[in-house]
Design a protein around this ligand. Structure first.
Ligand code: PLP
Length: 460
């Protein structure tokens, strides 16, 4: 056995088609609904905010979708991303498990998000969009989209959750360097923002509010579309490049994963890693690796949320989608993983969870940072706090393997680096972070506020 560490694919081996799990699903997904009529959504419902090419992808049942050359050209700036065997971490844990991580933190914006941002900017440009609007929490998505719109000569307006806008000035600067225009949300630029400010002038904001603002801005301006960094089917399709590359790299390693582990906010990096493997298992009828989606105990969408139709935003402007949700007016407690604070979950990830094709776990904040520091000290990479949720679970699996005397291969998606999250690390090292479990009473209250279905219109 050599002690090989990196399994790098040559550029020529980069996948040239994305994978879409839709045709391989064992159960049909329930359609998104028009919030006004309660009827299944048609392409025309999405036309005010999305370009035709992406609407087509959103509803596509093609298993493979060719990646246009212009997108491949941008991907090649950092893709294929490396697959690393975490040998130093394995040694520290004294585990018989083999731990591999797919490092998506090597992209220019520092996470997996450019995989879809570049694709979305490309298709919008092709369809004649001049400007994109979006929301961002910690700033990962806003910087990915600013990067992508910059490459395709478009304008970008980012509504950034107020508390992050104030606390994370460096992500904001990065967006501005790439040419993005950034406003704190709630802002006075939209009706949705003004309505929140009228009631709560000091509102810290939330992703749900920022989405309402970005959607409104796009809907009111004909040359402008809206772009979402997770949750939607087309985003999950674009992220499949992670798992497709990882499949080839695991082959290079001569190994087969037993577990797939990724943190789960809206579900895109998890789906990106896991769906190609799940699809292969579903098609062959043979058992595949066990996919585990990991979320914070403070925002336990998959593990404790309700599987129901809900809005994607706070103001109730988006379609109703069947997903795990903590309620569309959920305002998360202030824990340090901005990308994992969304109230909902990708409908496709929810569907697989509901059918026991994936497992979901939640982890506490302190244990998560402890794992992050262990990872940085052994592998050298400072993980994004989001990614550290997956690391926590990978470490737990490796420790369990030591106890059980099993020798599993664990494949982890390292969704991003944490170079812009050092204030969170500072707080952790200074003993200022706490665990916070989302209270059951809040979850029950959220259930009461879910839109009433079948009322003949006007759910919002
Ligand atoms: C946005 C983000 C996430 C969460 O989003 P998903 O859609 O669940 O992948 C996770 N990790 C990082 C680094 C992020 O930026």
């Amino acid at each position: 056995m050599t002690d090989r560490i990196k399994y790098e694919l040559p550029e020529s081996e980069m996948p040239t088609a994305w994978y879409n799990i839709a045709p391989d699903l064992p159960v049909a997904p329930e359609p998104p609904l028009n919030p006004g009529t309660g009827e299944p959504l048609g392409p025309e419902d999405l036309a005010p905010i999305f370009p035709p090419s992406l609407i087509e992808q959103e509803m596509s049942t093609e298993r493979y979708i060719d990646i246009p050359g212009e997108i491949l050209d941008v991907y090649r700036l950092w893709r294929p991303s490396p697959l690393i065997r975490a040998r130093r971490l394995e040694r520290l844990l004294d585990t018989p498990a083999r731990i591999y991580y797919k490092n998506e933190g090597t992209s220019p914006a520092g996470s997996h998000k450019p995989n879809t941002a570049v694709a979305q900017a490309y298709y919008n440009k092709k369809d004649g969009t001049r400007r994109l609007t979006t929301e961002t929490g910690a700033g990962q998505w806003g910087s990915a989209l600013s990067l992508a719109t910059n490459f395709f000569d478009m304008d970008c307006t980012v509504f950034m959750v107020r508390v992050s806008y104030d606390q994370k000035p460096y992500r904001r600067s990065l967006m501005q360097v790439y040419g993005g225009e950034v406003f704190p949300s709630p802002s006075d630029r939209t009706e949705a923002g003004r309505a929140v400010l009228a009631e709560h002038p000091d509102s810290p904001g939330s992703l749900g509010i920022a989405i309402s603002e970005a959607v409104e801005d796009a809907a009111k301006n004909p040359d402008t579309c809206y772009s979402l960094g997770s949750v939607l089917n087309h985003v999950l399709i674009h992220q499949s490049i992670i798992g497709l590359e990882a499949q080839k790299q695991m082959e290079l390693a001569g190994d087969t994963p037993d577990f797939l582990v990724a943190c789960c906010g809206g579900g895109s990096n998890f789906a990106g890693l896991a769906f190609p493997f799940i699809g292969e298992a579903l098609r062959s009828g043979k058992p595949g690796p066990r996919p585990i989606a990991v979320e914070p105990a403070a925002c336990p969408t998959l593990t404790r949320g309700i599987y129901a139709y809900d809005f994607g935003d706070t103001a109730g402007m988006t379609p109703l989608v069947k997903m795990h949700t903590l309620g569309h007016d959920f305002i998360p407690p202030g824990f340090h993983a901005g990308g994992l604070r969304y109230h909902g979950e990708a409908p496709l990830v929810s569907l697989l969870a509901e059918n026991d094709l994936i497992e979901a776990r939640s982890v506490d904040q302190l244990a998560t940072f402890e794992a992050a520091v262990t990872f940085a000290q052994t592998e050298g990479v400072l993980p994004a706090p989001e990614s550290a949720h997956g690391i926590r679970t990978a470490i737990d699996l490796a420790l369990q393997a030591r106890e059980d005397g099993t020798e599993p291969a664990i494949l982890l998606c390292l969704s991003g680096h944490g170079h812009f999250d050092l204030s969170a690390y500072e707080a952790y090292l200074g003993g200022q972070l706490q665990d916070y479990t989302y209270p059951e009473s809040e979850i029950r209250a959220a259930l009461d506020r879910l839109p009433v279905m079948g009322s003949g219109g006007g759910c919002g």
